[in-house]
Design a protein around this ligand. Structure first.
Ligand code: CDM
Ligand code: ATP
Length: 325
């Protein structure tokens, strides 16, 4: 489908995520990537991504979490724009489309385990495709997204999804109602590869396989069936019983102070808490929107040094919110 009235600028909103379950298998010896069985849950904390036609690619970062975000070609959003341009040339047999000036409004904590950079990359893919005439289908965009990073396809999809493979083989998960959260942002971030490396160290997956470990080292983790069932009930207490994260222990080993945040969450009455993805953001599950506000006030009183905010899921994936002609 080609459009003649393509806009000159497009703005997209893309949600952050928390993994309700994150089961990690031993790393593939060739790629180093770990097979996952994860349940992604998008929350209504969104980055806003705007792209405009320009003479050369550029990037401007604004918003409360702009600090520490590179405004150069290493930014995943910049790489997304370049990769999509190449794909237009390859897939559509056309000249590379015009470069784009990108603006990111960072509302998602950086290096927090909430897939903020991935959200921005997903946002650029959707916004630039809008600008360049929607030549690529949603399926094409998912393929480009998976090339950029394991979390990027879910940024496009949103909602609740089961992620297998590297976390990029997605299928929709049915759920009832909404979940209400308080997110506690640590002052220092964690690098995702460091957390996976720490997991490997803890489980002895960093050395060559022995006869005892070799069978386990070929196993991909099973999807968390009990959590999938609990999500269909919509009951936060039932769901809380089945939340799990294999990266929590390594994240706690790298940032031992996170345990105090989890304990404080319990103390102020959250249903339960877990580390979000590779951390260090801590996600506290609450009973309702009002309860989440109470828990956030309790956390602010108990741990004033920690930044907290409330959010609700499941939220929709990347969506165009504005276009200008
Ligand atoms: C922790 C999660 O956020 C959970 O959803 C993801 O697994 C991380 O996804 P991501 O940051 O988009 O990951 P990528 O950018 O593709 O990879 C960053 C690094 O994470 C590690 N990585 C990531 C995904 C995966 N299935 N196995 C891995 O080992 C690898 O060390 C890789 O070099
Ligand atoms: N658009 C971006 N936004 C934030 N960080 C970015 C971006 N592009 C590149 N980076 C770099 O990537 C690092 C990790 O960023 P990000 O916020 O995506 O981490 P994360 O949310 O923990 O990722 P994930 O949950 O997908 O593992 C940052 O420290 C920063 O140096």
């Amino acid at each position: 489908m080609s459009r003649t009235d393509a806009p000159r600028a497009a703005t997209v909103r893309v949600p952050a995520k928390v993994n309700l379950a994150l089961r990690v298998g031993p790393p593939d010896p060739d790629s180093g990537y770990h097979p996952l069985a994860t349940v992604f849950h998008a929350v209504d904390l969104c980055d806003e991504v705007t792209v405009r036609r320009a003479r050369s690619t550029s990037l401007q970062v604004t918003g409360p979490f702009r600090e520490g975000v590179p405004a150069d070609p290493t930014n995943l959003a910049w790489r997304a724009a370049e990769l999509l341009r190449e794909n237009y040339a390859r897939t559509c047999g056309v000249r590379r489309p015009s470069p784009v000036a990108i603006t990111l409004e960072k509302n998602i904590p950086v290096a927090g385990g909430m897939a903020g950079g991935s959200a921005d990359a997903a946002g650029v893919l959707l916004a630039a495709n809008e600008l360049w005439g929607e030549e690529l289908t949603p399926l094409d965009l998912q393929d480009v997204a998976a090339e950029l990073g394991a979390d990027v396809p879910f940024g496009l999809m949103g909602g609740n999804a089961l992620g297998l493979g590297r976390g990029d083989e997605l299928s929709t998960v049915l759920s009832q109602g909404e979940l209400h959260w308080v997110f506690c942002v640590a002052t220092a971030g964690l690098r995702t590869p460091d957390v996976y490396r720490e997991l490997d160290r803890q489980l002895g997956w960093d050395g060559p396989p022995t006869p005892e470990t070799s069978a386990a080292r070929t196993a991909a983790p099973e999807p968390p069936q009990e959590l999938l069932q609990a999500l269909r009930t919509g009951d936060p207490h039932e769901i809380a019983r089945h939340l799990e994260n294999d990266l929590q222990a390594p994240a706690l080993a790298l940032q031992p102070g996170l345990q105090a945040t989890l304990d404080a969450g319990r103390e102020v009455g959250a249903v339960t808490g877990l580390v979000s993805g590779s951390g260090p953001t801590v996600a506290l599950l609450c009973e309702s929107r009002e309860h989440a506000i109470d828990v956030s006030v309790g956390m602010a009183a108990l741990r004033p040094e920690i930044q907290v905010f409330t959010a609700t899921g499941p939220a929709p994936g990347a969506r165009v919110v504005d276009t200008r002609h």
